[in-house]
Design a protein around this ligand. Structure first.
Ligand code: AMP
Ligand code: TRP
Length: 339
């Protein structure tokens, strides 16, 4: 079967009209430019050609210690971010992971087909376990919950940033292994990683990716940052001292990151854009302007949302998510065939 954009779609799902896209984001602070350029803008665009299922993964956020209630408000904030960037709850399913219990049930089955050695090799686990004092078993099995998220919705496409490539490939391996053991039960998904913007780097430390937990808040542009903050962060972005504007992520990570950000925000090409600049100042100024223009309407929409409205909308989202997830979980239970 072929979808609107000409992609091949597996036929395991009963008469799929459009491919299904699924993705998730952790509710751990405001969304940043890396999230938006690497993943979230694709979620928005895919709404035209796929059935989107978008999830705020609150259970994943518990894999590192959290205060009671901390994740609750952060979940509302994350949903506001998603609504503000253009996730349309009438066209897509927008919901919270813990509202659909089947995620945790399917996780157990995923854990029982996952190998200890595979989980130990996950780079995100290695990175996070090195930087945390307390390493929970949940942090270790995190990718099996992510696999359950994806497989519970007969997902065809998983739009994510580059750092999630390994987790989606692992999900494919688990689905194939499960199917080999129990029959043709799970749809094997594919990742969708953008060519540009899949790895936005920290403005202060362009050797590392932009992230919410970065040591340098000055290197991370939040979707909710003020114009003054955004301008200052770009102005102080680390470049290098050879004063040549060239797209070369290996040797010139800071400058290349600015070119990538400008390119993605303006639908341009970083190599071509580079030839239009002979100094860093104008490049930083143009990147700032492009991001301010991109974020202005998003911030305006975000300010108009209130908490009770979001909570109500999430209840509807959970109902719609369950309508997809429950039959898939039934299929899994039947295949495993316990008493
Ligand atoms: P997280 O905030 O870790 O839940 O990530 C949500 C989505 O944003 C995932 O698809 C990530 O791959 C993506 N993402 C996170 N950080 C970056 C980054 N610095 N550049 C590009 N994509 C990113
Ligand atoms: N692990 C992802 C991240 O840190 C979030 C996530 C959880 C996810 N479940 C998912 C992404 C399912 C895609 C599909 O960004």
């Amino acid at each position: 079967m072929s979808s609107d954009d000409g992609q091949d779609v597996p036929a395991t799902r009963e008469s799929p009209i459009r491919p299904r896209a699924f993705s998730g984001i952790q509710p751990t602070g405001t969304v940043h430019l890396g999230n938006y350029l690497g993943a979230l803008r694709n979620w928005v665009d895919l709404q035209d050609t796929t059935d989107g299922v978008y999830c705020v993964v609150d259970l994943h956020a518990l894999s590192v210690p959290r205060e009671p209630g901390e994740v609750r408000q952060a979940t509302i904030e994350a949903v506001k971010d998603l609504l503000a960037i253009g996730i349309d709850p009438d066209r897509s399913i927008l919901f919270v992971q813990s509202h659909v219990r089947e995620h945790t049930e399917l996780t157990w089955h995923m854990q029982c087909v996952a190998a200890f050695g595979e989980l130990r090799r996950m780079t995100q686990f290695k990175d996070k376990s090195e930087s945390n004092d307390f390493v929970s078993a949940g942090l270790f099995t995190y990718p099996t919950l992510q696999a359950a998220d994806i497989l519970l919705y007969d997902t065809d496409i998983v739009p994510v940033g580059d750092d999630q490539r390994q987790h989606v490939e692992f999900t494919r391996d688990l689905a194939i292994r499960f199917n080999n053991r129990y029959g043709d039960v799970l749809v094997v998904p594919e990742h969708r990683i953008p060519e540009a913007g899949a790895r936005v780097m920290d403005l202060q430390n362009p050797g590392g990716k932009m992230s919410k937990s970065a040591d340098s808040p000055q290197g991370t542009v939040l979707l909710t940052d003020s114009e003054a903050d955004i301008t200052r962060k770009f102005k102080r972005a680390v470049t290098d001292n050879d004063a040549e504007v060239r797209f070369d992520p290996e040797r010139k990570p800071g400058v290349s990151n600015l070119l990538t950000i400008l390119a993605v925000a303006t639908d341009g090409d970083p190599v071509q854009l580079a030839s239009g600049y002979s100094q860093y100042g104008p490049l930083k100024a143009d990147a700032t302007q492009a991001i301010l223009e991109l974020l202005r309407p998003i911030q305006k929409r975000r300010a108009e949302l209130d908490d009770p409205e979001v909570v109500q909308l999430l209840a509807r989202g959970a109902d719609k998510a369950r309508a997809v997830a429950v039959p898939v979980m039934d299929r899994v239970r039947a295949a495993v065939n316990l008493l």
